[in-house]
Design a binder for this molecule. Structure first.
Ligand SMILES: Nc1ncnc2c1ncn2[C@@H]1O[C@H](COP(=O)(O)OP(=O)(O)OP(=O)(O)O)[C@@H](O)[C@H]1O
Length: 299
């Protein structure tokens, strides 16, 4: 488990992380979303032990990370700005990493070289941005990390490669129980991948939820009546949104699908159907409920 307690990091008088406290469960994929400058990279760098906290602590399985080589050996941090030695090929970088990480797997590396369309013997600095990111992902996975920190890892990857990386990450979590933390500006990108999402804003986690709880806890309902009941007839539902057009009612309610449907069926609708909300819609409503305007935070 990764545990941050009152984690604070300043750069001169700029507070990048402001007493951030959170826990990230081992064996899960955690999505860290937030706008530019929210503190995502700083948080990942603190988890990786690249930075030392000014105040508070960050622990991995109860151990501090900073200057702790045993813990750092289990972590791979894939930064948003990639670094490769100039003129190196991927094979040469792989040789370098194999000496650095005790869990390096040449077998996995060889497999990934076949899976990804990258030439391992060509100089990396001749590759496109997306190809360089593929190289970084291959090297990261070959170190067999227990904790993989990905800073905007999907940036520049085409949809096919994105799909491939998502599948590999999901397999790594399912088969090896690794923990993945992935930062992004885009909630939609994380929707099908993460178990948990945290929203970082001005250096604090504003909001953190299990995705399954979120997705299964809200429903959009469309129903029609003749005659149309008063809005008060729906007051037994936990309504987040309600509007009518002619005999049609569109509402968003919090709760279990069966219970919402049962409540509406008792009002004898002409028809009723439920549609699950997208993760983005759920966030808009959940964050509004705690007094935040989602559009100011993630767009
Ligand atoms: N090395 C640094 N020196 C000075 N200030 C920094 C440094 N790194 C980050 N900051 C500042 O800390 C704050 C948080 O930055 P950070 O890079 O963590 O945000 P982010 O959420 O990753 O942003 P982005 O989405 O733009 O990558 C910003 O105000 C940034 O200017």
């Amino acid at each position: 488990m990764i545990k941050a307690t009152n984690l604070t990091k300043r750069f001169d008088d700029n507070v990048a992380l402001a007493s951030l406290t959170t826990e990230i469960t081992a064996g899960s994929i955690y999505g860290l979303v937030g706008s530019n400058g929210a503190g995502k990279s700083t948080f990942l760098r603190l988890i990786a032990g690249v930075y030392h906290a000014d105040e508070g602590s960050i622990q991995v399985d109860g151990q501090p990370v900073f200057e702790n080589s045993q813990v750092k050996d289990k972590i791979f941090f894939l930064a948003d700005e990639l670094f490769f030695f100039s003129n190196y090929t991927m094979n040469q970088m792989a040789k370098f990493y194999s000496g650095l990480y005790t869990n390096w797997s040449q077998k996995i590396y060889n497999q990934l070289c076949v899976t990804f369309p990258v030439n391992a013997n060509k100089r990396i600095n001749t590759f496109s941005k997306g190809m360089q990111r593929q190289v970084a992902v291959i090297l990261a996975l070959s170190t067999r990390p227990e904790i993989l920190l990905l800073d905007e890892a999907f940036d520049g990857l085409d949809p096919v490669i994105r799909g491939l990386v998502r599948k590999i990450l999901a397999d790594e979590v399912a088969n090896r129980g690794i923990t993945v933390i992935i930062s992004s500006h885009n909630l939609r990108e994380l929707e099908d991948l993460c178990d948990q999402v945290g929203v970082l804003h001005h250096g604090k986690i504003l909001f953190q939820r299990d995705i399954d709880d979120l997705k299964l806890g809200f429903f959009k309902v469309q129903c029609a009546f003749k005659p149309l009941p008063e809005k008060t007839a729906f007051s037994g539902l936990d309504l987040l949104q309600f509007d009518t057009r002619g005999s049609l009612v569109n509402l968003i309610a919090r709760g279990k699908r069966d219970e919402i449907l049962e409540y509406i069926e008792k009002m004898s609708p002409l028809f009723v159907e439920t549609i699950p909300l997208t993760l983005e819609e759920v966030f808009i409503h959940e964050m509004e409920a705690v007094g935040y305007d989602y559009s100011n935070i993630l767009f």
